[in-house]
Design a binder for this molecule. Sequence first.
Ligand code: NAG
Length: 322
Amino acid sequence: MISFTLLVLVSLLGYVCAAAVKDIRPLVIWHGLGDTYASPGMVQFQSEVKKMHPGIFVHSIYIDEDAKKDQRAGFYGKVNDQLDLVAAQLASVPELSRGFDAIGFSQGGQFLRAYVERGNSPPIFNLITFGSQHMGISDLPLCSAYDLLCQIARRAARGGVYSEWAQENLIQAQYFRDPTQLALYTLASSFLADINNEVLPPLNKTYAANLASLSNLVLAMFAEDRTVVPKESAWFGSEAPPEEEDSTVYSAQKPFSEQETQAQDKAIIPMHRQPIYTEDWIGLRTLDERGAITLATCPGEHMQITGCWEDLVGKWIGWTFD
Ligand SMILES: *[C@@H]1O[C@H](CO)[C@@H](O)[C@H](O)[C@H]1NC(C)=O
């Protein structure tokens, strides 16, 4: 009799614990450029999150299970195709079926935002993006001396970011937003101009409705970011276009000078003054007016998350389903 009672108690306890564990919303992460879904850094991040939120299920998005190919897919491929693949991948993971919170590192951030806008099934509740390029980049990221993949992609993109080939094959070209060639950008950009609803008209209202369905959007910018130009892209900021005369010049062969872009402090249009926000093209304003957008700052250079991840992951990840 005693042992039976004990058994009931033990199984009850087990059930209660399992229920509590099960009710933590899972987390999906998407790595950044040059990284892979299973790199030591990504593995460590996952284990830190699991220490902070015991029992949480974490899924690391991959384009290819082979780590080398997954890394390559950060440079080469078509973002829209990768997004279709990821949407299918997330829909196929049983643990994610009720929805999840998500963290996008660098370019993974704008890709997760696109996932939300284009379908969001299963849905994301809280989305945190670290140093992402929501308003694109106006310079290509500098590559380290030994990063051949990066160097080749950079050289190819410099040849013509808005060529059809680049827009089909070079990931960074697909979120390159040149303030001196905005008209060309809206015509040619196969990814960013679309998810930013800058291809007019008409707006894709689904994008706005889907993004506005997020519980929270947390945008983290790295204060000393010199990889993302401009760094304020993480907060939906972008470089102001140059004066009239320049912006009408269509110079596809515009010489590309790093010194030039780094020497000058370009004026930045902040999110609140962007038409994408003021005219609510993608639901940002709706979110903000609901108090659902948080602008966070991380000290340090691009993707140095040591100084800020704990606060953000502590606050926005590990919630339970209602
Ligand atoms: C808007 O986006 C949704 C989701 O990606 C898509 O199904 C739909 O066809 C788009 N509508 C237009 C008018 O492009």
